[in-house]
Design a protein around this ligand. Structure first.
Ligand SMILES: Nc1ncnc2c1ncn2[C@@H]1O[C@H](COP(=O)(O)OP(=O)(O)OP(=O)(O)O)[C@@H](O)[C@H]1O
Ligand SMILES: [Mg+2]
Length: 299
């Protein structure tokens, strides 16, 4: 169901490159303030879909409403309200990180201080004077994210923003994105990291071969699998004959108990003092992907 207040309404969009159907009939809506993830392996059609929604590409078929406007061809009214970070980012040549942001700020009529704040936000203050072509891949990526945010847009599009980031920078960006969402902004992002999407996103669309295979909250997708819980114990401490265990397998080091009654198994383990080093694994979005496609997910 769509309402006039939806931030994004995508209706049956298609895009082919020659014979290749990159996007093959996508329909979904994104609500204001939502953190929406588009997930899927290489070549799934994520970037193509995003570029159509951003108004960078014209769909062969179907329509998009972005904040109530048709995004293609690009509308001046829309540009200040959307922020776009592309998978392959482009900068003004020969400018430093600070100058890139100051230039973007000037183009949008934003005060210079905001440019400096954005450098700080993405942790690039100490690289402010470095030319864009001398930044590392992850630093370039952070700069492009800062450029997408500098004019404080209502909707932010990020195409694999965490792909080249080290673990610390990735965590920092999560905090930045959560803070943006907390201010009521809408975020649409793509990622290969299903575990990350599970943490960040309100809803995710899982794409493969140009189509959406599933769209829901991560929790609902995982719950829908009705998958058993796995409890993993150190082999030396694992008791035998536990109530509630559906299957018990073991390798050299550990014993894995598969169960649909985890409370029963855990209670029995606690009673026998066997909780040390125990790991509990529930299903994840990777299991959802496997279930949907019959293939293991490979980022
Ligand atoms: N400009 C183009 N010309 C021809 N084919 C293209 C073009 N852009 C993308 N494709 C093809 O369309 C399909 C979808 O590509 P797209 O870039 O949308 O995938 P993606 O999900 O973003 O992948 P990745 O995770 O690798 O970024 C791929 O098979 C790709 O080879
Ligand atoms: Mg892509």
């Amino acid at each position: 169901m769509t309402t006039p207040d939806d931030a994004i309404v995508v209706d049956n969009i298609h895009k082919s490159y020659g014979d290749l159907r990159a996007v093959n009939g996508l329909t979904f809506t994104v609500h204001p303030g939502e953190f929406f993830g588009i997930l899927g392996p290489n070549g799934a059609g994520k970037t193509t879909a995003l570029e159509i929604i951003e108004g960078l590409r014209k769909p062969d078929q179907g329509s998009v409403r972005l904040l109530g406007h048709n995004p293609f061809p690009r509308t001046v009214a829309l540009l200040p309200r959307i922020g776009v970070q592309l998978q392959a980012s482009a900068f003004f040549t020969k400018l430093t990180a600070r100058e890139q942001l100051e230039t973007f700020a000037a183009l949008y009529g934003i005060e210079t201080q905001r440019a400096h704040d954005m450098l700080d936000l993405v942790g690039l203050t100490d690289k402010a004077g470095t030319r864009e072509d001398k930044l590392s891949g992850g630093q370039r990526q952070r700069l492009s994210i800062a450029c997408a945010l500098v004019h404080d847009p209502d909707i932010v599009f990020l195409d694999e923003p965490t792909a080249a980031l080290d673990p610390q920078a990735r965590r920092n960006l999560w905090d930045v994105l959560r803070a943006i969402q907390a201010r009521g902004k809408t975020i649409v992002y793509t990622t290969h990291y299903l575990d990350e999407a599970e943490i960040l996103c309100d809803r995710v669309a899982i794409m493969d071969k140009g189509e959406i295979l599933a769209l829901d909250t991560p929790a609902a997708l995982v719950r829908g699998l009705d998958a058993p819980t796995r409890i993993i114990l150190d082999k030396s401490t694992a008791p035998r004959d536990l109530p509630g265990a559906d299957e018990v397998t073991e390798d050299d080091l550990s014993v894995t108990i598969t169960t649909r009654a985890p409370a029963l198994v855990l209670t029995a383990l606690a009673e026998r003092g066997a909780l040390d080093g125990l790991q509990v694994r529930t299903a994840t979005l990777e299991d959802v992907f496997l279930h949907l496609t019959g293939r293991e997910y490979r980022a």
